[in-house]
Design a protein around this ligand. Structure first.
Ligand code: AMP
Length: 287
């Protein structure tokens, strides 16, 4: 089926109601565009399991603070449509800001606790913006299975919790992070990096691997794991560390001593780009 692009909410519903009425399933991939192979992996996952695949492309102003990169955020609708089609997408929903927010929005969704640490501490309004737009997109698309990247691990946890708390009829699937050959997690924001910053940026993944290796070697002190990761990032002059943390993958609390299913997460600035990354680690029950 050739790709169809729609900009209006009503039009998208007109496209989705008939197949859903026939019992067909919908796979949905929400994005902010400037698509890369990480996004493509989500579209391919949706294609493998659903009759109709929808990708949204919307740079959501609500999730950017006034001093953040909303205006500079990279955009390339033509390239996005080509990549979406090549990855198996049927329908791209690319609304204008006026279509999504015809009035200043008075209703917001807040997912407490999960939103508070890490990204939430540095970007206090970010997850309210994410939860609100994702709730709105889920309401527009309707019952579906939605695919999110583990690249934004805390966002995935926020969305999962919102769907549970509000009984939204959407199944949320988390997909592995797609990386460049040198380990850098693919991100639309990598486009901001100078050649020197791009060469330095894989330290994020190296730090995460070193943190995981410390846990695998028996380290159970969260501060020690933090220190291993922070030291590597702080040793790179072009990197400005925001956080390096190890948390329980479900609650985002810091277990001390470390136990259970863990997530190691880092954030740092490289010039104008703020990059994040994360990996998993497990401390066995017999430990
Ligand atoms: P964004 O366009 O950055 O809002 O991302 C849209 C979706 O793609 C989110 O669910 C992201 O977690 C996911 N995503 C972004 N980068 C990657 C990546 N490198 N690997 C897998 N998923 C990703």
């Amino acid at each position: 089926m050739p790709l169809t692009t729609v900009g209006r909410i009503a039009e998208l519903r007109t496209h989705l109601d008939p197949p859903r009425g026939r019992g067909e399933t919908v796979g949905f991939v929400p994005t902010m565009g400037y698509l890369h192979d990480g996004h493509a992996s989500l579209i391919r996952a949706a294609r493998a399991h659903h009759d109709v695949v929808v990708t949204s492309i919307f740079v959501n102003p609500l999730q950017f603070a006034p001093d953040e990169d909303l205006d500079a955020y990279p955009r390339d609708l033509t390239g996005d449509l080509a990549l979406a089609e090549a990855s198996g997408c049927d329908l791209v929903f690319a609304p204008s800001t006026a279509e999504m927010y015809p009035e200043p929005i008075l209703t917001t969704v807040t997912v407490r606790e999960v939103s508070a640490p890490l990204e939430g501490r540095t970007r206090p309004t970010h997850f309210d913006g994410v939860a609100t737009v994702v709730a709105k997109l889920f309401s527009i698309v309707g019952p579906c299975t939605a695919y999110f990247g583990e690249k934004d691990f805390q966002q995935l946890a926020v969305v999962r919790r919102m769907v549970e708390d509000l009984s939204i009829p959407v199944t949320v699937i988390g997909c592995p992070t797609v990386r460049e050959a040198d380990g850098l997690a693919m991100s639309s924001r990598n486009a901001y990096l100078s050649a020197e910053e791009r060469a330095a940026a894989p330290v994020l993944h190296q730090a995460l691997q070193a943190g995981r290796a410390a846990i695998d070697a028996g380290e159970r002190d969260p501060a020690a794991v933090r220190a291993v990761m922070a030291a590597l990032i702080e040793a790179v002059p072009l990197a400005e560390l925001d956080y390096a943390e190890v948390v329980d993958a479900a609650t985002f609390a810091v277990p001390d001593p470390l136990r259970g299913t863990l997530r190691l997460l880092v954030a740092a600035r490289f010039g104008g780009a703020r990059l994040i990354d994360n990996v998993g680690a497990t401390v066995g029950a017999t430990d």
